[in-house]
Design a protein around this ligand. Structure first.
Ligand SMILES: Cc1cc2nc3c(=O)[nH]c(=O)nc-3n(C[C@H](O)[C@H](O)[C@H](O)COP(=O)(O)OP(=O)(O)OC[C@H]3O[C@@H](n4cnc5c(N)ncnc54)[C@H](O)[C@@H]3O)c2cc1C
Length: 387
């Protein structure tokens, strides 16, 4: 079936992305996994090649493709081809979250300060919502910002922050009103050289080994007024506005990487032999592969439709939640079944399917746990009288 998602411009960009991945990413992947960190150089190389900053406005060094997610999706697919999952997640944080936040909420002065560096890869962005004591329930955030004459004094801690160690610009969700409800939160941009801002451990994970995930600490950090992103007290609303794009990016990544794992598994079953036959000749293998391919294609159709909806400005929080939980659940089911078809080799980390298995697990947790996605969908079903 022809997906019909892309046009000639996207395929031309695919050539650029593929060439970049082969030259700048593939030779370093194993080293990054072992070092548990990705070189900053690849960020700058990506900026130079126009691989990064796709969502940035052209006035500030971006490619002006905020409204066409298909370019980002091409890049997700090309990084998935080589299983560059950690890098893909770091770039996604930058291009699907940090840059769109600054582009949409920033003043002209803020955009001029941060966007050119973020699009060129010289400034790495992060978003810090989760805290040691709260993740799913963001209203439980305790990191505080107390007003002073010059701005705010920030105190608290965040954890599990993607790009945390290397980030230069961190969008931090803080409580600006100690007593308030939903309007008690704001977004402050903390910069890497601000006194009192420090990084904790780089966290050891079961997968996404090269991805930089860290704790961040704020100890009387003075953040000037000029670093308030968007409106005071509108933090939760601003997060809600931007989460559909983040969740769709997770779903799109799930589909892209699963397709590669499935294809490689098919090739494996064509060559591996048991009981005098190819694995692919057993009816069980054929039925499993048929089920997996169907499940993936049907999932892809929903994700592709969601990409069109995002481009049209019509992707709702509910539809993004459906895409996120479904695609990541399907990813985990398929990758697990593919590992099984590899037998013992599937358990060896030198085989891509083993790493894909490790990397896939977090997809059901970050960006909002899948249970929270179901909560969003269910609330819409139950509470809307027109249903
Ligand atoms: C590798 C990685 C990268 C991450 N990157 C970032 C980042 O860049 N920035 C950031 O801010 N955060 C980041 N996170 C944090 C991530 O978003 C949170 O881990 C996630 O939202 C879940 O929060 P929690 O870990 O506090 O789990 P909890 O909120 O403690 O929830 C634990 C489990 O309880 C269940 N649960 C919770 N609430 C409900 C409910 N209402 N109904 C039913 N079940 C429920 C779910 O099964 C959930 O998984 C990252 C996490 C990881 C692992």
């Amino acid at each position: 079936m022809n997906r019909g998602l892309y046009e000639a411009d996207h395929e031309a960009f695919r050539d650029t992305a593929r060439e970049f991945v082969i030259r700048e990413v593939l030779p370093h992947l194993d080293r990054w996994e072992e070092a548990r960190l990705i070189d900053r150089g690849v960020w700058v190389a990506a900026g130079t090649q126009g691989i990064l900053g796709l969502s940035g406005p052209s006035d500030f060094g971006g490619a002006d493709q905020l409204s066409d997610y298909r370019f980002r999706n091409v890049l997700l697919e090309e990084l998935a081809e080589v299983h560059a999952t950690s890098l893909s997640s770091g770039f996604s944080l930058q291009d699907d979250i940090a840059i769109p936040y600054v582009a949409a909420l920033g003043s002209d002065e803020q955009k001029a300060r941060w966007l050119p560096g973020m699009c060129s890869g010289e400034l790495i962005g992060a978003i810090a919502m989760t805290e040691p004591g709260t993740g799913s329930d963001l209203q439980g955030i305790t990191t505080s910002a107390r007003p002073t004459g010059d701005g705010w004094v920030v105190n608290g801690a965040k954890t599990f922050i993607t790009n945390g160690i290397q980030s230069d610009v961190v969008i931090v969700v803080v409580r600006t009103d100690p007593g308030g409800g939903r309007d008690a939160f704001s977004l402050l941009v903390v910069e890497e050289d601000m006194p009192g801002f420090s990084r904790g451990r780089k966290l050891e994970k079961i997968g996404l080994h090269a991805q930089d995930t860290a704790e961040l600490f704020f100890d009387d950090v003075v953040v000037p007024h000029e670093n308030l992103l968007g409106e005071l007290g509108a933090g939760m609303h601003q997060l809600a506005t931007h989460l559909p794009r983040e969740r769709l990016s997770i779903a799109a990544h799930a589909v892209a990487s699963t397709r590669v794992v499935l294809r490689e598994t098919l090739e494996y079953t064509r060559t591996r032999r048991a009981f005098g036959r190819r694995l692919a000749d057993f009816q069980n293998t054929q039925f499993v592969l048929a089920e997996l391919a169907t499940r993936l294609d049907v999932t892809q159709a929903y994700v592709d439709a969601s990409i069109h909806a995002l481009n049209a400005g019509e992707l709702t929080a509910v539809d993004a939640a459906k895409a996120k939980w479904w695609a990541t659940d399907v990813q985990n089911q398929i990758v697990d079944a593919c590992l099984q078809l590899h037998g013992g080799y599937g358990y060896m980390t030198e085989y891509p399917v083993a790493r894909a298995f490790q990397d896939a697990r977090v997809q059901r947790i970050f960006g909002g746990a899948n249970e929270i996605m179901k909560h969003i969908i269910a609330r819409d079903l139950v509470d809307r009288p027109d249903r």
